[in-house]
Design a protein around this ligand. Structure first.
Ligand SMILES: Nc1ncnc2c1ncn2[C@@H]1O[C@H](COP(=O)(O)OP(=O)(O)OP(=O)(O)O)[C@@H](O)[C@H]1O
Ligand SMILES: [Mg+2]
Length: 233
């Protein structure tokens, strides 16, 4: 079987300009295979969030090339880049970014509605996915009344409901105790896998590596180690 690449960086640099320019990424080359669950570990400030922003087309590299699901992002103009993000990428943010005044169900359904799906269809798909993530009993709750693990699962549902090819998760366990974090990551891995999505998780927590098909280490904006292992059964 030919391995296809879901994410490819070639000698990527990212410099944030300012009074003192910050070299956040310094020649990152990496390859994440289609369908993989990849974990990129690195300490605070190593460039993890920057790497995800480039992978999802939220930021552009200062130098080098970024390819995601076969699309050369560096060649796209703003409109096509935004269209690419909407069609192909699901983001899971560290701080959940749920909308306070909406219920759990509405927080997920809105991702489909803003992409033009009818409300009834959006709600049905969202209900099904929330149930798959163990939240069938919490769909009418507002974020303020959800636990951290529940909020993160709603955020995962919102990222997956649009059936993105590429799911990018920034420190998905950072605000959770380890047992809850473990459950959340396992659900993300399994449910994204069922949908054929490629997942890239960045985290400072080395314990996430055990869930990964591919592990990379990012230090000071450089990949210092990478290895692939057998998928966790
Ligand atoms: N918008 C920005 N403007 C200027 N500098 C930035 C910007 N975003 C990030 N940086 C800098 O780039 C470097 C990498 O930041 P980044 O947020 O990618 O690291 P990180 O690994 O995600 O860190 P953390 O684990 O703390 O979230 C840091 O030195 C940071 O201060
Ligand atoms: Mg970060």
């Amino acid at each position: 079987m030919k391995m296809t690449s879901a994410l490819r960086f070639e000698a990527v640099h990212k410099v944030y300009q300012g009074a003192v320019p910050v070299h956040a990424l310094s020649g990152v080359s990496l390859n994440v295979e289609s369908g993989a669950f990849a974990v990129i570990e690195g300490p605070s400030g190593s460039g993890k969030t920057t790497l995800l922003a480039l992978a999802g087309g939220l930021e552009r590299p200062t130098a080098g090339r970024v390819q995601a699901v076969g699309v050369e992002l560096t060649a796209l103009g703003e409109r096509r880049l935004a269209a690419f993000r909407r069609a192909e990428v699901g983001f899971v943010f560290q701080d959940f970014k749920l909308i306070d005044v909406l219920t759990a169900l509405e927080n997920v359904a809105i991702a489909l509605q803003i992409r033009g799906q009818r409300r009834s269809v959006a709600r049905a798909k969202s209900l099904e996915l929330l149930a798959r993530l163990g939240l069938a009993g919490r769909t009418s709750a507002r974020p303020a009344t959800l636990s951290g693990g529940e909020k993160q699962r709603v955020a995962i549902a919102r990222a997956l409901v649009t059936e993105p090819a590429l799911v990018l998760a920034d420190e998905p366990t950072a605000n959770l105790d380890w047992a809850t974090g473990e459950q959340v990551v396992e659900l993300l891995r399994v449910v994204a896998g069922e949908r054929g999505a490629t997942v890239v998780v960045v985290s400072h927590d080395p314990r996430l590596a055990r869930y990964a098909d591919q592990v990379m280490q990012l230090v000071d904006g450089r990949i210092v180690a990478a290895h692939a292992k057998e998928a966790v059964a």
